[in-house]
Design a protein around this ligand. Structure first.
Ligand SMILES: Cc1cc2nc3c(=O)[nH]c(=O)nc-3n(C[C@H](O)[C@H](O)[C@H](O)COP(=O)(O)O)c2cc1C
Length: 165
């Protein structure tokens, strides 16, 4: 398996902490804050994990918005991509983790998305991040279900680990 590049954006630190936990648990992961990195770096990796929280009402994090503008579907050709969304399903119940959707839409056209997850145990009202009955990635809620994150991360890593190339 080739090394994994984990690219994250984070305003208040939750996604950064989760990114570090994922990297520690998975091993062989290089971490990048999208505020301080370039598209060329992402292109170096066959295996990717992309993580964003949601802001506004259903938007991706600001640095991710700028970073995603530099990327096109062709950039994900031949890549294996796992997605991570952070949100608050209580205060923003009708747009839970929706900021992850634009990343999925660009990456999914030519890349292979892995790591879909079940929706059981979550308490949101609406989200656009469900495809074929499953979340498009690992969804975490550090505001309301922090105690569930560790187990969710472990299960998810167990699922994706063998799928990277
Ligand atoms: C102004 C504001 C708007 C937010 N909007 C949403 C939203 O639409 N949907 C959602 O699921 N979470 C929303 N959140 C919750 C954040 O995504 C959540 O707290 C996340 O863990 C923050 O990650 P960070 O610390 O990496 O920036 C919002 C938070 C703030 C402060």
């Amino acid at each position: 398996m080739q090394k994994i590049g984990l690219f994250y954006g984070s305003d208040s630190g939750n996604t950064e902490n989760i990114a570090k936990k994922i990297a520690d648990t998975l091993g062989d992961v290089d971490l990048f804050d999208v505020a301080k990195t370039e598209k060329a770096k992402l292109l170096e990796y066959k295996n990717l994990i992309l993580a964003t929280p949601t802001y506004g009402s259903g938007d991706m994090q600001g640095d991710w918005e700028e970073f995603l503008e530099t990327l096109s579907p062709e950039d994900f050709n031949g890549k294996v991509i796992a997605l991570v969304g952070l949100g608050d399903q209580d205060t923003y119940a009708d747009s839970f983790c929706d900021g992850l959707l634009p990343i999925y839409e660009v990456a999914n056209k030519q890349g292979k998305i892995i790591g879909f997850t079940k929706t059981e145990g979550y308490e949101y009202e609406e989200t656009k991040t469900i495809v074929d009955g499953q979340f498009i990635g690992l969804m975490l809620d550090e505001d309301n279900q922090e105690e569930l994150s560790e187990k969710r991360i472990e299960e998810w890593i167990g699922n994706i680990k063998g799928q990277f190339e």
